[in-house]
Design a protein around this ligand. Structure first.
Ligand code: PEP
Ligand code: MN
Length: 345
């Protein structure tokens, strides 16, 4: 890790000459250069004496870009998505919207109700990860591959309502179109391990909503998050969305996934990045989303992602877990109250 107070071209030249991979995090008053991978050829003493270099030292932690030390070095102050800031300990940010965008009319109608209920950021899937090829793949995810139109529907609605919006990039081919239209890019649970997608999404520089895979340990999750950070993009929001029930419990499980509430304080202890919870996928059950939302906020979640539909029984995807806008309104009010109590010293 090298901190400079201005131009750092000479430092970058040195790193290139030593064939060292690096990422640059630029801030108004400083640049922080992070070495990615092998730093054995880097002479930190030599760099320390270069012009404009404030400090240079080797970080040894495995997930060094997510470490609290690195967060302090880049003066991390949360992830900014238009006017919305998500940070550890901040007022919980609510991301809401339907699982999938079904049509422009449906999306505008539900998005407006989410706004009225108090949501901060809109969501809406355009290309859906589905377990069966025979299922509907999302408005932009089918054989005709119309994801560009799909993303523009989402972006138009967000613009009309003057709200930030996040949507999933299911594959590398979606990244450019999504980045041109959206405020934030989502990497879904199934893609947690997709290094090439993490790299492409990270390079766009936009805020990233990065979901934990349902079988990944926390250590593995954070280790893969480093791939995004290694592009010089620290605007990453982590998301606990439930673990797959295993063994015998799988067939007997009353919920679709098992939310690991304790992952929230554990991740907070390991990194500076904010952590939100997704009680919709976490439970798969409309009647349990509300209680698990409260549990997550009580455990310190910095926000929630909740699926909302005005006619959940007829939703094209994830109907059983979508709540109505009026339930969302109650959840947001109570979450604010829980947050207040929690923040009282
Ligand atoms: C989603 O949020 O739309 C989604 C598909 O969730 P996950 O990737 O967590 O399954
Ligand atoms: Mn869903």
């Amino acid at each position: 890790m090298i901190i400079t107070n201005g131009m750092c071209e000479a430092v970058l030249d040195y790193l290139r000459n030593t064939n060292t991979q690096y990422a640059v995090f630029s801030k108004p008053d400083r640049a922080v250069v992070a070495i990615v991978g092998d730093s054995s050829r880097v002479d930190y003493g030599f760099i320390s004496r270069m012009t404009n270099v404030l400090s240079a030292r080797r970080l040894s932690e495995k997930n060094r870009l997510l470490s609290k030390t690195f967060g302090e070095a880049i003066k991390f102050n949360g992830v900014q998505i238009n006017d919305v800031n998500i940070k550890q300990g901040g007022v919980p940010v609510i991301i809401a919207g339907p699982c999938a965008v079904e049509s422009e009319e449906q999306y505008l109608r539900i998005a407006r109700q989410c706004k009225e209920a108090g949501a901060d950021i809109l969501r809406g899937g355009v290309v859906k990860p589905r377990s069966s090829v025979h299922s509907w793949q999302g408005i932009g995810g089918g054989a005709r591959d119309e994801f560009e139109e799909g993303y523009s529907i989402v972006a138009d609605v967000a613009e009309e309502l003057n709200m930030p919006v996040v949507s999933e990039t299911r594959g590398q081919q979606h990244v450019k179109a999504a980045a041109q239209t959206l405020s934030m890019l989502q990497i879904g649970a199934r893609n947690m391990y997709n290094q090439d997608l993490l790299n492409d999404v990270g390079h766009e520089g936009l805020p990233v909503l990065y979901k934990r895979n349902f079988g990944a340990s926390i250590e593995e999750y954070l280790s893969f998050a480093e791939y995004i950070l290694a592009t010089g993009n620290a605007n990453v929001v982590l998301c606990e969305r439930g673990m797959l029930p295993f063994g015998l419990y799988k067939s007997a499980s009353p919920t679709r996934y098992i939310m690991e509430i304790s992952a929230i304080p554990v991740i907070h202890s390991l990194t500076y990045l904010p952590v939100i919870a997704d009680p919709s996928h976490g439970t798969g059950r409309r009647d349990m989303v509300e209680d698990m939302a409260y549990a997550a906020i009580a455990a310190g979640a910095d926000g929630l992602m909740i699926e909302v539909h005005d006619d959940p029984d007829n939703a094209l995807v994830d109907g059983p877990q979508q709540i109505t806008p009026s339930t969302l309104e109650r959840i947001i009010k109570k979450c604010r109250a829980i947050y207040e109590i929690r923040s009282t010293k």
